[in-house]
Each structure stands twice: as structure tokens, then as C-alpha cells.
Design a protein around this ligand. Structure first.
Ligand SMILES: Cc1cc2nc3c(=O)[nH]c(=O)nc-3n(C[C@H](O)[C@H](O)[C@H](O)COP(=O)(O)OP(=O)(O)OC[C@H]3O[C@@H](n4cnc5c(N)ncnc54)[C@H](O)[C@@H]3O)c2cc1C
Length: 459
């Protein structure tokens, strides 16, 4: 082959095979612009987490035009992305107390994964049988997909990667400016339901918020494996790491207890590092909490692998973000107090139940817990979901109006799901009757919740 021929062939080779993407269809594209849209809807749900998905599905199923904006990439929030995939508590003292859309989602996730339900007829006494045994283990990824499917079926317009920047009430309508990846929208709606966990929309709309100077620590959740806890020589491992290593093995012990004593299902292996002062209310603060959580886990893994028997310890999974227990709450038309909670007070406008011990995580100290007395179940009134001096605005989830101790129990997932459904039903009826949610006919609201599977407290 002549030299010139060879060079030509080599050129063809390098163009044709080494860089196949340079196909005939490739064009030089103009830079794309941020898309600006004006969207009109009836209900806007901000935050597609534990409470938000239930709120959006309820609003959609009631035939209301609903937009759901979520700053993350999937639905479920703390239940899914955060890794707290064991929602509780739907049962108290031998009876189901929270049902509706949240329970439907949980059951669908359980059934599609052949997970095992706890035996709810065995009543935790919080000594031999702990309350958390009634939490239901779900597969977080599956739960997120099911939530999305149900939102789509209910006609909810889901917007991922989107967050509000301005919220103003003008001539009876909310005008909400949002930004997201490649978009800048103006959403005009009748009712807003803030399910952001941090009262983000309430804050942007200018409603006063409540917050403690010190908040409970957040957690970065992970699983480890690659070692056999039973055969570790714990005398050679510092005591402070024993519980941490044992945490992933609880499942084995529980299985033994279950089959022999009370037939409770196994719990998930669940491990976390605390992230002190973790806050997810701004991108900057959540970034800081994520970096701290990951750095802390890296240090822990390096340390654990130095212990005899743990040389092959592996990180099995780590969640994409640090989860947060406590930030802002709204200052509502009613603030649920610790006393209301532990006495199981039922209000005229109580729309759902809540059952969990008072459960306050404290830096450097044990968790402060107070168990509810027999037959006591707390309730959530509509007024705790409505900011003071607001029109056409509700919240659902851990940012409801409550004092700190009450909030430490109200924040659990089944309670948040119940609130999500209640808030959405109130928003739907407010639109129907052209009133603000505080003025909807309570009897009709309770009936609507019951029609959609909700369990409404009776006075
Ligand atoms: C470590 C830990 C352990 C826990 N253990 C349990 C337990 O054992 N059992 C139990 O039942 N509960 C437990 N909880 C409590 C419970 O999981 C949460 O309180 C509850 O899930 C909060 O639900 P939520 O809907 O209020 O918020 P989230 O589920 O956090 O949802 C908020 C959603 O809003 C989105 N969002 C936030 N800000 C914006 C914004 N500005 N714009 C758009 N979207 C936004 C978020 O991305 C998220 O998807 C635990 C919590 C933590 C942190």
C-alpha cells in the first residue's frame, strides 16, 4: 500500500470508527433558553414528601386541578430519599387509627415486595414490646414509584427539581414564582398546601414561624455489612462502637424473638450518624448537612475497619441526603401543646389521629421519651394546619403548628400522611364553597375524608 493511500485509510478509520458520534444528523445547536411558563391550577402542593404525596393524590382524586412541585428527583421525601422507610404508627391499642391514602400506599408497597406486616393485635407495652414494632417496613424506592404512579393516575401535574421563590396573594389568587432546572414558572392557584417539612412556602409567603434555638440533630442513614456480629470479640472493640455494629444485626435477633414470642416481623437493618444542627430549609444549609453526614460516615467506616473481625466491613448503602428532624413550624390558628398530645384531646375540628411517644433527640444525651397512657390517642385539628392571618393556605407534615414536645411525636410519618389527606380535603372544599379553609363546613369535611378512607376522630 502506498503511503498516501495508507494515510487516507487511517483518516477514514479515525473518523468512521474512533468517533462514531460524529454522525450525519449532528447539528450545531443554538444555546437553549430558560423556559418561562404561566400555569393556572386550583391547588398547588409544595413538597412531594411524606405528607405532600398524600395531599396531592387526595386533591387530584377529588377532581381538583393540582400541581405538585418537589425540589428533589423523586416523591416520598424523608420516607424514601431520606431512608426512613418504616412509616408509623397506623395502629394504637389494638385498633387502626390512620387509614386513607397513606395506608393504601404503604399496603401497596408491602404487597408488591412481599414484605411482612407487624401483628397489630399485639399491643406494645414499651417495656418488653416497643412501640416501633408497629412501624411498617417498606421498600423506599418502590414506595416512591407507587406514589408517583398514584399521583399520575389522579391527574396531578408533577414538577420535579422546582422550588418557589416568590409567593404573593393578589386579588384572591396566589401568584407563585418558581425556578427549576431550565425553567422559571409563574403558577397561579386558589389554594397552597405547604408540605415542605420546613414551612418553606409559609416562610416565603411571609407568615410567622416557630423554631427552637437548638434543634434536634439530623441523621445520615446507611447500612453496613461484611462482618459477623455474633463472632466479633467485643472485648477488643471500644464499647462506644458495639451498638453501632450490632445495629445492623438487630434483624437476626428480632426474627428469633418473633417466631418464639410474638410473631412481629423483622425490622430493617438501620444505622445512622447524627448530624448536629442539620437543617434542610435552604440549599446552602442542606448542602452543609449532607457534606457533614458523608464525612462523618467516611470516618466511621475507616475506624470500624480497624477492629478485629471488621477488616472486610463494607458500606452496603447510603442515602442521597441527610434527613432532618426539626426546623420551622407554622404559628397556626391553634398550636397543639404537649398537654393536648399526652391527654389525647379531641377538638371539634380534629381531622386525624397521631400515635407515637414524645420523642426528642438531644445532642450528647439520651432520647427524651414519654409514652402515651393506655387508650390515649392524640388528634390533629384543622386549625393547626392553618397559619394565623392567612387566606387559602394550609400546611401538612412536620411543620404543623405545635409546641416542641408535641411536635416531636406529631412529626412521625403516619401522622404526616393523615394531615396531608386532611389538608387537601379542606382545600378542595374551600374551593367548592368559595371560602378560606378555616371556614369550610367541618361535618362535610369529615364526611369527605371518610369517603376517601380516612379515619376521623370522634369526640
Ligand atoms: C432520622 C429520622 C428518623 C425518623 N424516624 C421515624 C420513625 O421511626 N418513624 C416515623 O414514622 N417517623 C420517623 N421520623 C419522622 C418522619 O420521617 C418525618 O418527620 C416525616 O417523614 C416528615 O414528613 P414531611 O412530609 O413533613 O416532610 P418530608 O417527608 O421531609 O417531605 C418534604 C418534601 O418537601 C421537599 N421540599 C423541601 N423544601 C422544598 C422547597 N423549598 N421546594 C420544593 N420542595 C421542597 C423535600 O424535598 C421533600 O420531598 C424520623 C425522622 C428522621 C429525620
Amino acid at each position: 500500500m502506498k503511503r498516501r493511500e495508507m494515510i487516507t485509510k487511517m483518516g477514514a478509520l479515525s473518523l468512521g470508527f474512533a468517533t462514531p458520534h460524529l454522525s450525519k444528523g449532528e447539528v450545531l445547536a443554538a444555546p437553549y433558553k430558560v423556559q418561562k411558563r404561566k400555569i393556572e391550577t386550583e391547588i398547588l402542593v409544595v413538597g412531594g414528601g411524606t405528607a405532600g404525596v398524600v395531599a396531592a393524590i387526595q386533591a387530584g382524586r377529588a377532581g381538583t386541578k393540582t400541581v405538585l412541585i418537589e425540589s428533589g428527583s423523586q416523591l416520598g421525601g424523608t420516607t424514601t430519599t431520606g431512608g426512613v422507610s418504616f412509616p408509623g404508627i397506623f395502629h394504637a391499642w389494638g385498633k387502626q387509627i390512620i387509614g386513607g391514602i397513606g395506608w393504601e400506599l404503604v399496603m401497596d408497597a408491602v404487597n408488591l415486595n412481599d414484605d411482612i406486616l407487624p401483628n397489630f393485635s399485639i399491643i406494645p407495652d414499651n417495656k418488653s414490646v416497643r412501640h416501633w414494632r408497629h412501624q411498617v417496613t417498606v421498600n423506599g424506592s418502590l414506595y416512591a414509584m407507587l406514589a408517583e404512579e398514584k399521583c399520575v393516575e389522579a391527574g396531578v401535574d408533577i414538577h420535579f427539581y422546582e422550588t418557589p421563590t416568590e409567593i404573593n396573594f393578589i386579588k384572591g389568587k396566589w401568584k407563585v414564582k418558581t425556578v427549576g432546572k431550565g425553567i422559571a414558572n409563574e403558577i397561579i392557584c386558589d389554594q397552597i398546601i405547604d408540605c415542605s417539612g420546613n414551612a418553606a412556602a409559609a416562610s416565603i409567603a411571609g407568615f410567622p414561624l416557630l423554631r427552637e434555638a437548638d434543634t434536634q440533630p439530623g441523621s445520615f442513614i446507611f447500612r453496613i455489612g461484611g462482618y459477623d456480629f455474633e463472632s466479633l470479640d467485643l472485648s477488643k472493640i471500644p464499647k462506644e462502637y458495639h451498638a453501632r455494629l450490632r445495629q445492623n444485626m438487630l434483624i437476626n435477633e428480632d426474627v428469633k424473638v418473633e417466631s418464639s414470642v410474638n410473631n412481629f416481623p423483622p425490622t430493617v437493618p438501620y444505622n445512622y450518624v447524627y448530624v448536629h444542627g442539620a437543617d434542610s430549609s435552604t440549599a446552602e444549609l442542606h448542602t452543609k448537612a449532607n457534606i457533614e453526614g458523608r464525612a462523618s460516615l467516611l470516618n466511621l467506616i475507616r475506624k470500624l475497619r480497624t477492629f478485629p473481625g471488621c477488616e472486610k466491613l463494607k458500606l452496603v448503602s447510603a442515602q442521597p441526603e441527610t434527613v432532618v428532624r426539626e426546623t420551622f413550624r407554622i404559628d397556626g390558628l391553634y398550636k397543639i401543646t404537649h398537654e393536648d398530645y399526652v391527654s389525647g384531646k379531641v377538638f371539634d375540628d380534629s381531622l386525624s389521629y397521631s400515635f407515637y411517644p414524645i420523642d426528642l433527640h438531644r445532642d450528647g444525651q439520651s432520647i427524651y421519651q414519654e409514652f402515651l397512657k393506655e387508650d390515649i390517642v392524640a388528634t390533629i385539628p384543622l386549625r393547626a394546619l392553618i397559619p394565623k392571618n392567612s387566606q387559602n393556605f394550609l400546611v401538612a407534615g412536620r411543620c404543623l403548628s405545635s409546641d416542641r414536645l408535641a411536635n416531636s411525636a406529631l412529626r412521625v410519618q403516619a401522622s404526616c400522611m393523615g394531615m396531608g389527606q386532611a389538608a387537601a380535603a379542606a382545600a378542595v372544599l374551600a374551593i367548592k364553597h368559595s371560602v378560606t379553609p378555616a371556614d369550610v363546613p367541618i361535618g362535610e369535611l369529615k364526611n369527605m375524608l371518610k369517603e376517601h378512607g380516612g379515619i376521623v376522630p370522634e369526640a
